[in-house]
Design a protein around this ligand. Structure first.
Ligand code: XMP
Length: 524
């Protein structure tokens, strides 16, 4: 999508673990920015990108090493403000005529420093305005090397006990360089520094969801013309927002395919179909393929086998329905910015596959389709904001994530219709409890897993021999790591009682208190 209408800030990524957070802070200030790995930032790239300001991220390397990462030297002659963070500061000093020392070698009084530190200001600097109400500010340091001599033109504006050049600047050129990480949570007022930087750089804050919506609609129309688009709609936030946006752009040229594999939650299929077909009046194919999926899953209990079967059938089914839409040339996907960012990998090793995630990857090439990905510049919370802007109800926007393979991966062991029915009912009671207690929005994801084990119980005066289930609820920021949600004992007790009383087939309820790692969020 073409974003040249926005003022753009370029983040040159030197491989810091927290580069994405810089982008978050800037987007919160309504500034459009893109992260690009330093290897891709050439002179030609810079001229083409035409940033209004540049930020150099932190990174794990040492500028004292030959061949360490650098920006192109033309960055310094573009005439735009530059902010260097940690490794970015050291790069600026080295490139502009200062000196950086490695490790714990002293020089200029600095040493390696990790964790909390306090910076004291020195002199007046507009970058710091509104900061230092208490004379010193908590910041987060994480550096082995340090600046030992400032580059010509730079002055010191803040020091910490181990970083005499904690805040430096060349106000004539609008170049600033700090040793700490203002983007992290542990630099509590760090957002202020970014706010001041973009103000100094003259950004007007033109990155709003209203503006994005208009521009995205124009871009979709330009890309698609009078051709047709198909979209796999799951009812999750990303595909829902993508579908509504594309529908607003091209109306009936969009057809959504909702695949019901029989592994959905209670009432889910009706909810999705009603919302999109009736409320939004979208052409929607409700592909009821429960028999196909459940038939092929019959007798299978290995988690990877189940995932592979579902992934393969999903693609077959999607393709079957897509073929019925004559003239479809595009496939819409709800790809987000975090999936797009090419992060710099210094280790470069292939990572281990924990689970084969289910998606429609590979489909566009196989079917000769071109992709429409209107969310590829957005973070998850921006997608939610766009959904609100487009009028999607809060109940859709705030939904917990639900995996493509659905209840199959919450049903360890063999999947039977009986177990799925029990699971759906127990899950509905559990989510109802969470909503009634006002906890839904505090939790990243909550669900019930039905265990492949029957246990003995006593109800009334009779013996029961029914399934046990596990409740799962986690907090997380991105699903990569997670912790279990600390429900009160009262809540857990009340929920267990309700499930056992209201759901025939379950006589024992447990609560899963595993974090991720070592567990994963789903059971399979
Ligand atoms: P795990 O279980 O790997 O899950 O800790 C992390 C997040 O990803 C979701 N998940 C999936 N989402 N297709 C999806 O669309 C999948 O195959 C899949 N497997 C797991 C999971 O629900 C959690 O939010």
């Amino acid at each position: 999508m073409d974003n040249t209408t926005h003022e753009r800030l370029l983040i040159v990524d030197f491989g810091s673990q927290v580069t994405q957070l810089i982008a978050r802070r800037l987007r919160e200030l309504n500034v459009y920015c893109e992260i690009h790995p330093y290897q891709n930032v050439t002179d030609a790239f810079l001229a083409d990108f035409a940033p209004k300001a540049i930020i150099f991220s932190g990174g794990p390397d040492s500028v004292t090493r030959d061949g360490s990462p650098r920006p192109p030297q033309s960055a310094y002659t573009l005439g735009v403000p530059i902010l260097g963070i940690c490794y970015g500061q050291q790069v600026m000093m080295q490139d502009l005529g200062g000196e950086v020392h490695g490790g714990k070698i002293s020089g200029g009084g600095g040493t390696a420093e990790f964790g909390r530190a306090f910076v004291t200001p020195q002199g007046e600097l507009s970058l710091l305005s509104g900061w230092f109400a208490d004379e010193k500010e908590q910041v987060w340091m994480s550096h082995g090397d340090h600046v030992a001599k400032l580059a010509p033109g730079f002055e010191v504006y803040g020091t910490s006990p181990n970083a005499p050049y904690a805040i430096t600047g060349d106000t004539a050129r609008n170049f600033y360089a700090v040793q700490f990480h203002p983007e992290v949570h542990h630099t509590p007022n760090g957002a202020k520094l970014y706010e001041n930087f973009v103000r100094l750089a003259g950004f007007s804050g033109d990155w709003t969801m209203g503006a994005y919506r208009e521009q995205a609609i124009a871009a979709i129309r330009a890309q698609v013309g009078d051709k047709k688009v198909i979209c796999g709609l799951s009812g999750g936030v990303d595909s829902s927002v993508a579908a509504v946006l594309i529908h607003e752009a091209i109306g009936d040229q969009l057809t959504c395919v909702f695949v019901d594999h029989g592994l959905l939650r209670q009432g889910e299929a009706e909810e999705v179909v009603t919302m999109f077909r009736d409320h939004y009046n979208m052409p929607l194919i409700h592909a009821d393929e429960q028999e196909l999926f459940l038939g092929e899953l019959d007798g299978q209990s290995d988690p990877e086998t189940k995932r592979k079967i579902i992934g393969r059938l999903f693609i077959d089914v999607f393709q079957k329905y897509a073929n019925e839409i004559e003239g479809a040339e595009f496939l819409a996907q709800g790809t987000l910015y975090p999936d797009v960012i090419e992060s710099v990998s210094f280790s470069g090793g292939p990572s281990v596959t924990i689970k084969s995630h289910h998606n429609v990857g590979g489909l566009p090439e196989k079917m000769g389709l071109k992709l429409v990905e209107p969310l590829r510049e957005l973070f998850k919370d921006e997608v939610r904001a766009l959904g609100t802007e487009l009028g999607l109800p809060a109940s859709f926007i705030g939904r917990h994530p639900f995996p493509g393979p659905g209840l199959a991966i919450r049903c360890p062991g063999e999947i039977t219709r009986e177990k799925l029915d029990i699971l759906r009912k127990a899950d509905a009671v559990y989510i109802d409890q969470i909503r009634k207690h006002g906890l839904y929005d505090d939790i990243w994801q909550a669900f019930v897993a039905i265990l492949p084990v029957r246990t003995v119980g006593v109800m009334g005066d009779g013996r029961t021999y029914d399934f046990a289930c596990a409740l799962r609820a986690v907090t997380s920021v991105d699903g990569m790591t997670a912790d279990y949600y600390p429900f009160s004992h009262e809540f857990l007790g009340e929920t267990a009682t309700r499930i056992i009383n209201e759901v025939q087939g379950i006589n024992r309820v447990t609560y899963d208190i595993t974090s991720k790692p070592p567990g994963t969020i789903e059971w399979e």
